[in-house]
Write a protein that binds this ligand. Structure first.
Ligand code: MN
Length: 205
């Protein structure tokens, strides 16, 4: 059974970066639907008790092609939004310190360069998808983007996502309309680097 991450904030707490109605619709409708659908398809495929990262990393093991696609899409939607909603908070923003801050400087030269590069990937994602800060198992950071609900795990890259920038229109259209760049910029006001740092340290041991 897969469960939606609990929010550590109210729907309105991410304003002005993201408006309350967008957070509520995104979490209680879109994310809830991915979760419900994943549970339904995973039950049918006999993978309901798997770890979600193991499941997304071994989609080829699901024989039935329609079930495999449904679990790729809904499992990705479940996992990606759990990461998204748990790494943004009213306490977010600013520049990362700690282990993740040092690793970002090492990989990209500076936080400003990282922000510019991942924002460009988010802007360059045609249609619906995501931009990622991801880590290899040795802690090396990189960035990527992906279509629909794919992510570095389901794409078999061997990397694990740390920061998720949702560029589906449902993530920003109520407030930002077609201005995706303004939404991506605002998202940097709520990315909680303390949480990202904790997740990163767990990843690299
Ligand atoms: Mn979304």
């Amino acid at each position: 059974m897969f469960e939606q991450v609990k929010l550590n904030y109210d729907y309105s707490d991410l304003e002005p970066a993201i408006d309350a109605l967008t957070v509520e619709t995104h979490y209680a409708k879109h994310h809830a639907a991915y979760t419900k659908n994943l549970n339904s398809f995973a039950e049918k495929a006999g993978v309901i008790d798997q770890d979600i990262e193991d499941l997304l990393g071994s989609l080829d093991a699901i024989q039935d092609a329609a079930l495999r696609t449904a679990i790729r899409n809904n499992g990705g939607g479940f996992y990606n939004h759990n990461l998204y909603f748990s790494t943004i908070s009213p306490n977010g923003g600013g520049e990362p310190g700690g282990t993740i801050g040092t690793a970002i400087d090492k990989a990209f030269g500076s936080f400003a360069a990282f922000k510019e590069q991942i924002s460009a990937l988010a802007m360059g994602q045609f249609g619906s998808g995501w931009a990622w800060l991801e880590t290899a198992s040795d802690g090396t950071l990189s960035i990527s983007n992906s279509l629909n609900q794919d992510n570095p795990i389901s794409l078999g890259t061997g990397k694990k996502p740390l920061v998720a920038i949702d560029v589906w229109e449902h993530a920003y259209y109520l407030k930002y309309k077609n201005l995706r760049a303004d939404y991506v910029q605002a998202l940097f006001d709520i990315i909680d680097w303390k949480i990202v740092d904790e997740n990163y340290k767990k990843r690299v041991g």
